[in-house]
Design a protein around this ligand. Sequence first.
Ligand code: HEC
Length: 136
Amino acid sequence: MRNRFFALWLIAIGLGISAGVVYADFKKGYYSPAQLGAIQQAAPAPLVPDASYEVPSYPVPNLDLAPGAGQAEVRIYCNTCHGPRYITMQPPLPAAAWEAEVNKMKKAYGAGIPEDATRKIIAYLQANYTPETRKP
Ligand code: HEC
């Protein structure tokens, strides 16, 4: 008698739990239309089937870098963290100072510049931005 009562009790509990689970699952993610208005979001942009899209070019301010060999390397490698204008706004620096400057960008600030490009950049800066070589 006692065992039967216990079994019925277990079944009742089991049914109660399953009903709760089903109800919670049903309720989950259900929003009545009245609530929907309160959390309205913009519709996502429709996807383009061919997935091609355009981005504008990276904005590079009009450079006044002196023309000459090595200018391309400067444009490539000295434009990552700050603009190359950092070069032109310096006073004319001695040749050794430019070499130290480029090495500082690499060693102190972690600029990843290949060795051959480094040499070209230093030569370019020394050929155009020292007291002897800088054009007004
Ligand atoms: C990894 C990032 C990074 C790259 C790449 C980089 N610089 Fe710099 N540069 C800095 C930081 C950081 C400063 C100092 C902070 C500031 O003034 O904005 C700086 C400052 C300068 C200055 C101002 C003087 C000074 O020493 O503070 C000059 C000139 C300069 N950089 C030249 C160059 C040249 C030439 C190149 C290319 C060879 C270059 N930078 C590439 C990070 C970089």
